[in-house]
Ligand binder design. Structure first.
Ligand code: HEM
Length: 464
């Protein structure tokens, strides 16, 4: 046990520290993040790096991360600042006091009973997606990204907010959202653009401002549609019978005497992004992997055949627990490609880890990617192998698998995501055979990891 500060990561330069490492594009950023994570694993699961004089710890040990995540609830200030213009100060980036108040209100709207009531909508969305995909069937490689984003967005709005959004609106939102993130990261990587007096005169700034308007238009539409529905109903519905409100947006609006308009707006835009960018990404990556591993695809087909036969019926609650191999494929996809590869916290008190001590006043990255490459996963941690979920060599540490984060500020939508993704994949894989080649995939780090250049899948009708 050393109990000193963690060691410094390699490559620090005078004055700028590791600042030079963030230059380049978002594909290079992902490579550098992975390299830093592997260095951290080698050096005992904790290192720090410097941007100028600002210190950032990196952790890859699940127990250390669990400890810090429950002691320090405040998110890292730099990322919160960068993300505020896109998602506001809803749960993900809210300060601790606001987060506690809002989480208490929102958590009951994600209980198992509520999520199960969404199953009919998941099925409708699965069928709609299949109809859309039909246009691509047998036509060679295509980029599946936007299909899943539209579906995820329509689903989250229809379920948690009770508002229908058409596919064009969903597509416009995501085009603008992705471009805003891209521009934000471009700015972050160019030190001269940190100065508003330069940045505000660039084309990049103008582009971004126009995208942000489109991004805001969707939550505005959702809220105005909801208010119209409430007006049509008895006004009493909005403020009374708090116990009756069990979906997210109804719950927020029923507390409109305690929440400001901005707080409600920010929670809506946070939920739109948190629930859709993540789950649509997992679906894309899962299909790329399924299409690259014919043996995995065959096992899924067999499982679907056993449960559904040749029927095209809806996925029902009981089917979900029987889709064990499909679940293992989804878990392995999220272990292998960790969609949200890190989160960051502000360290507001000294913390003793297993081997090191973190000093107060610094930021700390939890590398979920690093936890999923920890030596406890064995020598084949770098391989995609859904079978591992049925073997008894899985790590015994309950925090070894944390795609939905860890501790008190973990993902509120975990059950929603699993049920939604299983239902969607069932509809798609009952009908189509997927062809893909994951070795051609270039990945970039745009907050989440994403395929950098198309998604290289093609689909064909399944042979009966
Ligand atoms: C496979 C899909 C998903 C993944 C991988 C995922 C992952 C995560 C992660 C890693 C966090 C923590 C973020 C941080 O600490 O910076 C998070 C938080 C959150 N997620 Fe998810 N998520 C998924 C799906 C969903 C869904 C479907 C919803 C809602 C419909 C949702 C809503 C949220 C919310 C509201 C938070 C903030 C929680 C809080 O701070 O109290 N997520 N998610």
């Amino acid at each position: 046990r050393r109990y000193g500060e963690p060691p410094i990561a390699s490559g620090s330069l005078p004055l700028i520290g590791h600042g030079h490492k963030i230059f380049g594009n978002s594909i290079q950023l992902w490579e550098k993040f992975k390299a830093l994570t592997h260095e951290c694993i080698q050096k005992g699961h904790a290192v720090y790096f410097l941007i100028g004089t600002k210190k950032f710890y990196v952790l890859t040990d699940p127990d250390d991360i669990n400890l810090v995540s429950n002691i320090c609830l405040q998110k890292d200030t730099m990322f919160a600042e960068l993300s505020k213009e896109l998602v506001g100060e809803g749960l993900i980036f809210a300060d601790v006091m606001t987060w506690k108040r809002h989480r208490k209100l929102i958590l009951p709207t994600f209980n198992q009973k509520v999520i199960e009531s969404f199953l009919p909508i998941f099925n409708i969305q699965g069928r709609n997606l299949v109809k859309e995909l039909e246009k691509k069937c047998g036509n060679g490689l295509f980029d599946s990204g936007s299909f899943f984003k539209q579906t995820a967005l329509q689903t989250v709005c229809a379920t948690t907010m009770g508002v229908e959004v058409d596919r064009d609106k969903a597509l416009n939102f995501y085009r603008a959202y992705d471009l805003s993130i891209y521009r934000g990261i471009e700015r972050f990587q160019k030190f001269w653009l940190q100065f508003d007096c330069i940045y505000n005169y660039t084309k990049m700034y103008k582009d971004k401002e126009s995208c942000l308007k489109t991004v805001r238009a969707l939550p505005e539409f959702v809220l105005s549609s909801k208010h119209k529905v409430f007006k049509l109903r008895n006004e009493k519905d909005v403020n009374n019978d708090k116990k009756e409100k069990n979906i997210f947006l109804d719950q927020l609006l029923s507390y409109s005497d305690e929440l400001s308009e901005k707080e409600i707006f920010d929670e809506v835009r946070t939920m739109i992004v948190a629930g859709t960018d993540t789950s649509s990404n997992v679906l894309q990556f899962a299909l790329i992997l399924i299409g690259s591993y014919p043996n995995v695809q065959e096992k899924i087909f067999n499982e679907l055949k056993n449960i559904f036969g040749d029927s095209n019926r809806d996925v029902e609650k009981n089917d979900l627990s029987e889709l064990t191999y499909l679940e293992a494929v989804l878990k392995e996809t999220m272990r292998y490609y960790v969609m949200a590869p890190f989160t960051a916290r502000y360290i507001d008190k000294e913390i003793k880890l297993k081997n090191y001590t973190l000093q107060s006043g610094n930021n700390c990255f939890f590398s979920f990617y690093g936890v999923h490459r920890h030596e406890m996963w064995g020598k084949d941690a770098d391989q995609f192998r859904p079978e591992r979920w049925f073997e008894n060599q899985l790590p015994s540490n309950p925090n070894a698998f944390i795609p939905f984060s860890i501790g008190k500020r973990n993902c509120i939508g975990r059950s929603f995501a699993m049920m939604f993704m299983k239902t969607i994949l069932t509809h798609v894989l009952r009908r189509y055979t997927i062809l893909a080649d994951y070795t051609r995939l270039k990945i970039k780090l745009d907050v989440l990891i994403k395929p950098a250049s198309g998604h290289y899948i093609s689909i064909e009708h399944k042979m009966k």
